[in-house]
Design a protein around this ligand. Structure first.
Ligand code: F0G
Length: 358
């Protein structure tokens, strides 16, 4: 077992699939030490687990390798999801690998370009809903129930089984040490719940003696979970008009609401929100100070750490792991809008030197 390379399937004894999985070689993502950002914040140890390094560029592949394998094991003939983008990109690729038709429902005009490109190129039937993600999810649930299509949103428990391996890998990569805190961006709240579940299993099996404080970060304009945690509410109250530049987490009615509250409260973690400006500033810092390219939603986790350190809510002596969930190339439009355009020059050395002020 220990000799297997780090990947989702290294942990197959803790996963539900019995036959050979539908796999594109997911997991085994790098755990980067954020040296410069960590030093600037004065944090003892700050890491980023770069889930953008999965086959389709997000953590969703961990869930889909297990979810689509289970769809095949259960004899399903078609699969579907609603998505803010990444789930659809991933399901389209794994459906293609498995050779089964895929339907994806996307909120019209609110999905980053790279993600739509992936779903289209992998051959899914892509439907653009005139409504937000929460409505698209209600619709796909109805569709699947009425037409016997297998639903692969994070209401599907097998998805979460795959995603729990993020925690397993992190601890493996820290040579068996448990981080004090794990910080994740929260949308539908599947991922943070999945990681918590996996860590609990490790504790029950005796591999670890404690659980990191699970910390969820949302965008200011889309923060139902944060409001429930901060207001000490018994349940999450849906936000009817979620809005943020981080379209991946533009979700007002998270389906895993009950699970995320439990994960955060039982692990003595916390939740907070960050502004779109804070998200974009951290996306730039990760790219320019650490060489790590992530999409906006992913930068929310590290931006959240910065905010919580500065407010004194997180202790600087902690060992903190941020999960950065999707790749920079997922959302090129948001990047291009923020950066100065390339400097154009004539095709002569003289003109090049002038352009570079050299
Ligand atoms: N980060 C990225 C890049 C995401 O795509 C998502 C969710 C999240 C974070 C939040 O994870 O929903 O498990 O709390 N994207 C989903 C999708 C909703 O359809 O791609 P969560």
């Amino acid at each position: 077992w220990l000799s297997k390379p780090i990947s989702v399937w290294r942990y197959r004894e803790l996963l539900p699939v019995s036959g050979s999985p539908v796999t594109l070689h997911e997991g085994g993502t790098p755990l980067y030490h954020l040296q410069r950002i960590g030093e600037e914040l004065g944090v003892k140890e700050l890491y980023a687990k770069h889930e953008g390094m999965n086959p389709t560029g997000s953590f969703k592949d961990r869930g889909m390798t297990v979810g689509v394998s289970m769809a095949m094991q259960l004899g399903m003939s078609s699969v579907a999801c609603a998505s803010t983008g990444n789930t659809s990109a991933s399901l389209s690729a794994y459906g293609a690998k498995a050779g089964i038709p895929v339907v994806v429902l996307l909120p019209s005009g609110k999905v980053a370009l790279g993600k739509v490109a992936q779903a289209l190129m992998h051959g899914a039937r892509v439907i653009s809903i005139r409504g937000n993600f929460d409505r698209a999810l209600e619709m796909v649930r109805d569709l699947c129930e009425k037409k016997g299509i297998y639903l692969l949103n994070s209401v599907n428990p097998y998805r979460l089984e795959g995603q729990k391996t993020i925690g397993f890998e992190t601890i493996d990569q820290l040579n068996g040490e448990v981080p004090d805190r794990m910080v994740l961006p929260v949308g539908n709240a599947g991922n943070i719940s999945a990681v918590y579940k996996g860590l609990l299993e490790l504790q029950e099996l005796g591999f670890v003696d404690r659980i990191p404080m699970m910390t969820g970060i949302q965008a200011d304009g889309s923060q139902p979970v944060v409001k429930a945690i901060k207001g000490d509410l018994p349940e999450v109250v849906p936000d009817l008009n979620p809005e943020t530049i981080a379209t991946a987490i533009r979700i007002g009615a998270p389906v895993n609401a009950e699970k995320v509250l439990k994960a955060i409260r039982m692990s003595k973690g916390t939740a907070d929100s960050v502004t779109d400006e804070e998200i974009l500033a951290m996306q730039r810092d990760l790219a320019q100070k650490e060489g790590i390219g992530v999409e906006p939603a992913s930068a929310a986790s590290v931006a959240g750490v910065k905010k919580l350190i500065e407010s004194g809510e997180i202790d600087r002596n902690e060992r903190i792991v941020c999960v950065v969930t999707g790749h920079l190339l997922k959302d090129p439009e948001t990047v291009i809008k923020q950066c100065a355009p390339p400097i154009e020059c004539d095709a002569t050395l003289e003109s090049l030197l002038a352009a570079l002020h050299l």
